[in-house]
Design a protein around this ligand. Structure first.
Ligand SMILES: [Zn+2]
Length: 496
């Protein structure tokens, strides 16, 4: 048997001004052929799980590409083709099954449904090819994705610490189908609801219940049951919440299960939306908490959802209110890193930090913060993840510096990086456990590494292209009506 195993991942924030060219993929990880296999073998990724399963059944494996970029604007045509072309070529050469490690919310310049279009193209070349697909919990599921795959599953955790588990689950479904043991059939459903990523943490309600119900469907006989939170920052027709189930030989049963999951989600719709709080009030609340570390989330500039990671609004407010013993991860500013590298460790320096990027989609001009401090550390920004998410993967933040203002230590990076692992601090000599406050440009993924440390968590409503306030964003392409852009009170029928 010959398997094609490939990874193509990007969560596209159509409001983000950050370019998504091929270089963006190379910065996080872009490999072809045997290099792809070498890079992800043994990692806790779906790609790693697929390789393990292939070895188990003694299949020959072809790995045309494994590429992922941190979230940002629409994927440029050439970058999209860099990934799609080798996958299609590998399928054209002949194979018995394809195992794909995808995201599910990729918008490319040439197609708003990056994954659906890829799967459609594969299907056109090999109409009978069995295809297993893993998607992120933030996938925006489309008809094309469902119609052109055999078994599709999503992560059940946010932060995503079960990537390998779901890879193995869907991989085994496909292997059993190849043996003729089962006949996977899928049914899906959705509701017109742009749920907020801040409300999708799977340790909190209502997602805790929704994921619990999905597990119940599996316990009752579904081969797999998935609730997708969706990605509300991708302005395209199919954005929003959905559910998909896989049943053995019974599409109707799969559809019924998916509908049940979506009915509960719709009942909980108000809990899936975000309620803002004035920034100054939230910072004052943080200041009043005794002990630490207190986790402060600058979630409107969350690089893990396409944020520019250089908005200084929240940092400025925390400095203004005089919070002490704060460590920040991270501010993206390659020019500031260069300036600090020139000055050298130990030097006192005044510089304009952050605010390098204009954000026309949220009418936010670039606004750097003038700041004085001591250069405390300079590193190459490379470290290996030891925590539970992306375990074993090498992170490359690019040339990195720490600016120490006396009350605040700011990690300044040259490549966008969402802080979800302690390594972002320990790699530059900061002990996050010993800090009073950890200010993180993150939304939920910080929990993977930081939740066990946090004495309290305060979400700070700053500014940026990952704002949780949908009214700040001009949606043009998403299907209407949809919550929370439109008022919708009557329960809609299935698949809207
Ligand atoms: Zn995600």
């Amino acid at each position: 048997m010959r398997f094609v195993v490939a990874m193509m991942k990007h969560e596209t924030n159509t409001f983000s001004p950050i370019r998504t060219d091929w270089r963006r993929f190379e910065e996080w990880g872009a490999y072809f052929g045997t290099d792809a296999r070498r890079a992800y073998e043994g990692t806790a990724m779906p790609f790693g799980a697929y390789l393990k399963l292939a070895r188990e059944v003694g299949a020959e494996v072809v790995t045309p590409v494994a590429a992922e970029a941190m979230p940002s604007g629409p994927v440029e045509k050439s970058a999209y083709e860099m990934m799609v072309a080798p996958i299609l070529e590998a399928v054209r050469r002949g194979c018995d099954a394809a195992f794909l490690d995808l995201h599910g919310a990729m918008v490319a310049e040439t197609t708003p449904d990056g994954e659906g279009t890829l799967l459609e193209s594969i299907h056109a070349i090999a109409p009978d090819l069995p295809i297993a697909v893993t998607c992120d919990l933030h996938a925006n599921l489309t008809e094309a994705m469902v119609r052109n795959s055999t078994a599709l599953i999503g992560y059940k955790t946010y932060p995503h610490v079960d990537m390998e588990v779901v890879g193995e689950q869907v991989g085994r479904i496909l292997l059993r189908a190849l043996e003729g043991e089962i006949h996977p059939l899928m049914g899906w459903d959705r509701r017109p609801l742009l749920a907020q990523t801040l409300r999708m943490g799977t340790d909190d309600e209502p997602f805790k219940t929704l994921i619990g119900l999905a597990r119940e469907e599996e316990a009752k006989g579904m081969l797999a049951a998935t609730v997708f939170g969706g990605f509300p920052l991708a302005d395209f027709a199919d954005a929003g919440m959905s559910a998909i189930c896989i049943a053995d030989g019974d599409r109707e049963a799969a559809s019924t299960s998916a509908r049940r999951l979506m009915e509960t989600a719709w009942e909980q719709r108000q809990e899936l939306l975000y309620r803002p709080e004035p920034l100054a009030e939230a910072v004052a609340r943080a200041k009043a908490i005794a002990g630490g570390p207190v986790l402060l989330l600058d979630h409107a500039d969350n690089v893990g959802s396409g944020g520019t990671e250089d908005v200084m609004t929240v940092i400025a407010e925390v400095l203004r209110q005089g919070l002490d013993d704060v460590a920040v991860a991270a501010v993206w500013d390659p020019a500031a890193v260069e300036q600090m590298a020139k000055a050298g460790v130990g030097a006192n320096i005044t510089l304009k930090l952050g605010g390098r990027t204009d954000m026309p989609s949220v009418k936010l001009p670039a606004a750097p913060l003038s700041i004085t401090g001591r250069v405390r550390a300079l590193t190459d920004g490379e470290w290996i993840v030891r925590g539970p998410m992306y375990t074993g993967v090498t992170v490359r933040m690019g040339p990195t510096a720490v600016l120490d203002t006396g009350t605040m230590q700011i990690v300044v990076v040259s490549r966008h990086h969402e802080p979800w692992d302690l390594g972002v601090f320990t790699s530059v000599g900061i002990d996050p456990r010993a800090k009073r406050y950890l200010l993180l440009k993150s939304r939920i993924h910080y929990r993977a590494g930081f939740a066990p440390l946090g004495r309290a968590t305060i979400t700070l409503d700053g500014e940026g292209v990952t704002t949780s306030d949908n009214s700040r964003l001009d949606y043009a392409r998403v299907r209407r009506p949809i919550l929370p852009i439109d008022r919708l009170n009557a329960p809609p029928g299935p698949r809207q």
